[in-house]
Design a protein around this ligand. Sequence first.
Ligand SMILES: [Zn+2]
Length: 168
Amino acid sequence: MNRKTLPADLKRRILVEAGHRCAIPTCRFPTTEVAHIIPYSKVKKHEYHNLIALCPNCHTRFDNGEIDEKSMRIYKNKLVFLSDRYSPYELNVLQYLRKQNKVIIYGSLSVKNIMDDNLVKNAHTITQFNYNDGTNELQEFVVVLTDIGQEFMRKWIDPLNTDLTYDN
Ligand SMILES: [Zn+2]
């Protein structure tokens, strides 16, 4: 079976997210290794949310089962929250979408990152201004969670909410 190469851009993004250090906060040993949280043999693809920077020692401990998958998700989730990937506004939008199936957004730039990562999509426009010169401007639109977004919430946000808080 062919294993696809991890794209250089994605690998860089994972390493930058963790500052080129092990993602386990008490370790933080310098590294350039990236691990799949759910094994590649199961998912057969390289996805941002399933990849984490680990030092060789922690990588081995994870492979041995000494550190389990759920712990690794918690470490990854902390990185997602700690890195400036998603703004507090975007995280709030995601939190709202756990309980409501849609949220009204003012301006698409405010949710650019969660849209770029396909966690949410524009369901429909509420208001659109049409100008005399033929241009128009999107003022409000409704976002909903995508399948990827639902998976993200189920795997990354919900397990953590039952176990930990982020206030530290
Ligand atoms: Zn480590």
